[in-house]
Design a protein around this ligand. Structure first.
Ligand code: SF4
Ligand code: SF4
Length: 79
């Protein structure tokens, strides 16, 4: 995966980032439905977070049934 593809799937506010691990996502849409900011887009086999809308509320993180969305703090993926 290229760096540009990774950025495409991250939302960054301050030092916190939400990151989707796209090779594991099964595109079920659960995270899209819970996002209060309408910040997640799912198009066929592509999913990404719109940085300017995301408030890092983490509802998407807890909604994902297979733990594909992570918080990423200063480059370290945490849950
Ligand atoms: S952290 Fe909150 S605002 Fe950001 S994409 Fe997830 S559900 Fe939406
Ligand atoms: S909830 Fe998880 S598996 Fe489902 S579309 Fe979102 S990131 Fe992918």
């Amino acid at each position: 995966m290229s760096n540009s593809e990774i950025k495409y799937r991250q939302a960054k506010t301050g030092k916190l980032m939400i990151e989707i691990l796209p090779d594991r996502c099964d595109f079920c849409g659960c995270c899209v439905g819970v996002c209060p900011e309408d910040a997640i887009e799912l198009k066929e086999a592509e999913i990404f977070i719109i940085d300017l809308r995301c408030t890092n509320c983490a509802k998407c993180v807890w909604s994902c049934p297979i733990e594909v969305i992570k918080f990423n703090k200063e480059g370290v993926v945490v849950k």
